[in-house]
Design a binder for this molecule. Structure first.
Ligand SMILES: Cc1cc2nc3c(=O)[nH]c(=O)nc-3n(C[C@H](O)[C@H](O)[C@H](O)COP(=O)(O)OP(=O)(O)OC[C@H]3O[C@@H](n4cnc5c(N)ncnc54)[C@H](O)[C@@H]3O)c2cc1C
Length: 370
């Protein structure tokens, strides 16, 4: 059995890539799990790109059109008329992308684990049985702890963080996500409350389980109202190369994830388009160049992260004072882009008053971000 492309990992990015490639190439996907979904992931995806990428309507559980930001002592809201982000069911998203890929001709090997390469073939394990599958090109879409990345000797200097998320019953504003930035509760990352509906929300953070528990207490959400708990991990940084010989990395395997918010689904899918183009052109080496938007966002996100880590809670309070002003909120409401944080930061820094206030808080904030 020989394929044009063998994709290792049937997560959202691997399945999306399979659906893109299946019309032009013979494609197979190898997925370790016996069924889709189950990963710790809030499932928030920017609405505009959800539509642009043609993602399945049936996976959308909720539409979010606003955000409420909380620091230790302040809060402000950003509100739009139309939904800016969708909250999705990961299992439905992954399964329906896989179904789309199969309908277009892709073959799936479920409950099958990639173990490594031997003599140019992928060595797979399926329920105790060893298989060898050959392809002209291999893609590692096998997530943050990618075995394919290890197999090709990809190196990383990334910061890896554990992520914890619960689904909890409570009382929520259905179309607003909450973002809490409070280093007393968690010095590593912000905390979020993403409503599934008025009575159920996904609440999470990156860092430690203790930080999530502290937040749940402050947010007055009862541990005994938790109906689901998940843990995972994210990596902020570079894992390179993205292509070595006839093997490419994509999605979390390549750490194509926003260091600002830990969102990785859309960036992985953007890069899937770049990889398709490179393969169609017969120039896989061009794949990384096609991901220039994503690379620019990751670079910005890593600078943002450095600034965030260097800030005290007092600095954060002062930034909140600036972002909570009418002028800043107006800029965010009219110009912020869910997936283009470079554009959002530039729109804020282009306003002389806001720029001056931020420089007064810390010149390094502005220097790092521009
Ligand atoms: C707490 C938390 C919250 C998050 N929230 C969001 C969010 O709201 N929005 C967002 O965009 N992103 C979010 N992310 C990030 C998001 O989950 C990832 O960016 C996304 O899952 C990447 O998709 P992927 O297909 O590249 O990798 P994955 O989703 O990790 O899929 C990889 C697949 O490969 C399979 N696999 C692994 N190893 C092998 C192997 N050896 N053989 C065969 N198969 C293998 C796995 O079973 C899995 O199905 C969050 C992450 C965390 C930790």
């Amino acid at each position: 059995m020989k394929y044009d492309v063998l994709i290792i990992g049937g997560g959202p990015v691997g399945n999306y890539l399979a659906s893109l490639l299946a019309r032009d190439f013979s494609v197979a996907v190898v997925e370790r799990k016996g069924s889709f979904g189950g990963k710790a992931c809030t499932g928030i995806i920017g609405a505009a790109n959800y539509e642009r990428l043609g993602l399945p309507e049936e996976a959308v559980l909720n539409r979010l059109r606003g955000a409420a930001f909380y620091s230790r002592i302040q809060s402000f809201e950003i509100e739009r008329k139309t939904p800016q982000a969708y909250l999705v069911d990961r299992k439905v998203l992954e399964k329906s992308l896989a179904e789309r890929a199969v309908r277009r001709g892709a073959e799936y090997y479920m409950a099958t684990t990639f173990q490594g390469f031997k003599n140019g073939k992928a060595v797979l394990q399926h329920l105790g049985e060893r298989l060898e599958v050959e392809a002209d090109f291999y893609v590692g879409a096998d997530g943050v702890s990618s075995t394919v990345a290890k197999a090709i000797g990809a190196k990383t200097n990334a910061e890896f963080l554990s992520g914890y998320e619960v689904e909890v019953v409570g009382d929520f504003k259905k179309d607003f996500v909450e973002v809490w930035v409070n280093k007393d509760l968690n010095g590593d990352f912000f905390m979020w409350v993403a409503p599934v509906n008025e009575e159920l929300a996904r609440v999470g953070t990156l860092g430690s389980i203790e930080a999530l528990n502290r937040f749940l207490r402050v947010r007055m959400l009862r541990p005994t109202s938790i109906v689901e708990f998940k843990a995972g991990s994210v990596g902020f940084g570079w894992r390179k190369p993205w292509v070595r010989g006839n093997v490419a990395l994509i999605g979390d395997a390549a750490l194509q994830i926003k260091p600002t918010t830990a969102g990785g689904i859309v960036y992985g899918m953007f890069c899937a388009h770049a990889l398709r183009r490179a393969l169609l052109d017969g120039r896989p080496g061009e794949y990384e160049r096609g991901c220039s938007f994503v690379k620019k966002q990751i670079s910005f996100g890593l600078r943002f992260r450095r600034v965030f880590k260097g800030m005290s809670q007092e600095d954060i309070e002062r930034v909140f004072e600036v972002l909570g002003t009418e002028e800043a909120r107006e800029v965010i409401e009219t110009q912020a882009d869910f997936d283009d944080h470079v554009k959002t930061a530039k729109a804020i820094l282009r306003r002389p008053k806001l720029l001056a206030k931020l420089i007064r808080i810390s010149p390094s904030i502005v220097r790092y971000l521009v």
